[in-house]
Write a protein that binds this ligand. Structure first.
Ligand code: IMP
Length: 422
């Protein structure tokens, strides 16, 4: 019986999970998405062509690999079909796709609600959502009025749309927002349901069968630990569980079924949207990192806030997720700076601490304590650890020492193959 290996983000997303997922996906029989929706995004380059995926699991590009959208994902059928059509247009088969009958469907009124709520928040309270309807869709899930994939392709769809639209319109009207049209939505979604119907199935039993058949399994995380609805910097978080717990609730696999948990990070850090960020460099250094690392959102194109790597936060992600191996991207980028810093502890009211908390007052109070490292090293494209300059090895060794977790993957350039696997 096999186990499922997991790739998760350790900070605020955009750590470069896609690169590690690509590498592992080509060696996997099954790739699974378990949480989030098309707020996530990663680009895969195959045969010189770039594919920007928001919903399709990476395995979709590998013939014979099952690409599973688990029950914890929120699916915008319009976005998914757009991605699938691009692939089909380029000659890829999408027959290996499976979508959980329990995955929740993002409806047009979720997107409107997302935009309305964000527009109403005062400047300091804005979450900076991706406006893809993610939060409102998960709200319906917990309100128990959601439309699941099994509804979309079944007989309950029309009635549920009418009921939901009636309720949402009360809120839209009270806020002076454009109301939704249930009949127009039903007409628009009928052909989408027809398109997706044959891919919808019970993925819970399917995934357990795959484990029993000893197939190699990969769960590709979306977003990251500090955006987790429970463990992140609430309320500046996403509305799902992108940490390890979300793998169980979003797939139906148990804690016993989990194998390696790879935590992905960058040699520096970044954040999109609002919220506290202790090691942020809101200055020339941050601007330089942004340009060197091309730190602009894959989904929204927004410039990312940039700063130093924070080991206090990383150790929190290690604890929460049970991380067994680290994957560090952009080592080449940090090496372009003459010197750079690593946050190894915080000073909290004059007391040194290495315990992270997302509590807003704690985040406000704490000052980072840094160690400084020498940069100016070139590692472009290295594929073997031995090729790395001593200065780069010193940095990696310090991260391993302070986390107690081995560095298993090192990103040495933007290309797919610019990766060291240890
Ligand atoms: P939502 O997920 O669209 O509701 O957005 C909530 C917060 O999570 C915002 O700050 C977003 O910028 C952030 N967020 C959501 N998905 C991602 C991601 O894939 N990478 C980075 N930030 C994300």
């Amino acid at each position: 019986m096999s186990k499922i290996n997991i790739v998760l983000g350790t900070f605020f997303g955009d750590e470069g999970k896609g690169k590690i997922i690509d590498y592992l996906a080509t060696k996997s029989d099954v790739t699974v998405r378990c949480s989030g929706g098309n707020n996530a995004g990663h680009t895969i380059q195959v045969n010189g062509k770039k594919y920007a995926f928001h919903l399709a699991p990476s395995g979709i590009l590998t013939p014979g690999t099952l690409a599973v959208i688990g029950n914890g994902v929120v699916v915008d059928p319009r976005v998914l079909i757009e991605e699938l059509e691009v692939l089909r247009g380029d000659g890829y088969s999408i027959e290996n796709l499976r979508i959980s009958d329990k995955a929740n469907v993002i409806m047009p009124y979720h997107i409107e609600m997302d935009k309305m709520l964000e527009a109403q928040r005062a400047p300091g309270d804005k979450i900076g959502t991706t406006a893809r309807g993610i939060g409102p869709c998960y709200c319906d899930k917990y309100e128990r009025c959601a439309i699941r994939m099994e509804d979309l392709i079944g007989d309950t769809f029309e009635e549920k749309v009418r009921k939901n639209v009636k309720n949402k319109n009360i809120i839209f009207k009270a806020n002076g927002w454009q109301e939704s049209d249930a009949e127009a939505i039903i007409e628009e979604y009928k052909p989408l349901a027809e398109y997706l119907k044959s891919y919808v199935c019970d993925t819970i039993n399917l995934l357990h069968d795959c484990l029993e058949k000893d197939m190699s399994m990969l769960c590709e995380g979306a977003q990251a630990t500090l955006l987790d609805i429970d463990f992140g910097s609430y309320p500046f978080v996403t509305s799902s569980s992108p940490s390890v717990g979300g793998v169980c609730t979003g797939t139906g696999l148990s804690a016993h079924d989990i194998g390696e948990v790879y935590g992905v990070l960058k040699a520096y850090s970044s954040r999109v949207g609002e919220g506290p960020y202790i090691t942020e460099q809101n200055n020339e250094i941050g601007d330089t990192i942004r340009e060197l690392g091309h730190e602009y959102g894959a989904t929204t194109k927004r410039p990312r806030r940039c700063g130093w790597l924070d080991l206090v936060a990383l150790n929190y992600a290690v604890k929460v997720n049970g991380i067994t191996g680290l994957a560090i991207n952009h080592l080449d980028t940090i090496g372009k700076l003459p010197t750079f810093k690593l946050c190894v502890a915080y000073e909290d009211n004059g007391v040194r601490t290495t315990n992270y908390s997302t509590n807003a007052a704690f985040q406000e109070r704490c000052k980072p304590i840094y160690e400084e490292f020498e940069g100016n090293f070139e590692i472009g494209g290295a594929t073997r650890f031995e090729e790395l300059p001593e200065k780069a090895k010193i940095y990696l060794k310090r991260i391993e020492e302070l986390t107690g977790v081995p560095v298993k993957f090192i990103g040495t350039g933007a290309g797919r193959e610019e990766l060291i696997v240890r």
